[in-house]
Design a protein around this ligand. Structure first.
Ligand code: HEC
Length: 110
């Protein structure tokens, strides 16, 4: 009985969330959020100590609106080369990790 009602709830939720959105769009959403998750993990490991656990800044400035001031490319350059008081990550992170972080931060806008 219990299992059956969980199943019903599951199918209802699936029906509601699937409603109206084409399969391709859902696929894109899944990929984007997986990328976001790994960017977040990179952030936690490398950047959080200075930029805060919610991007609000500590030693370094807030990055909550990084994307409204800087382009993805500029952010990538800062991560690679570092800045005043910030280490460069050219050697410690892979190029694709840097671009993942840059893309993620460039999407942080008001
Ligand atoms: C040791 C502390 C520290 C660490 C670790 C650190 N940063 Fe920074 N970050 C700073 C400081 C300080 C600045 C300000 C530099 C300046 O004023 O020129 C800064 C600036 C920035 C900026 C430019 C922000 C702006 O509005 O101009 C970005 C983007 C950035 N950091 C991203 C990152 C990312 C991504 C990481 C992790 C890969 C990281 N930082 C790790 C200290 C740090």
């Amino acid at each position: 009985m219990r299992v059956a009602s969980y199943l019903i709830v599951f199918f209802l939720l699936a029906a509601v969330s699937g409603c109206g959105s084409p399969a391709a769009e859902e696929q894109a959403e899944v990929t984007a959020s997986a990328e976001d998750t790994s960017a977040m993990q990179l952030y936690k490991k490398n950047c959080m100590s200075c930029h805060g656990n919610d991007l609000s800044g500590r030693v370094g400035p807030s990055l909550q609106q990084a994307g409204s001031r800087l382009t993805e490319e500029q952010i990538g350059d800062i991560i690679k080369a570092g800045a005043r008081g910030m280490p460069g990550y050219e050697k410690s992170l892979k190029t694709e990790e840097i671009s993942q972080l840059a893309k993620w931060l460039a999407a942080k806008k008001e």
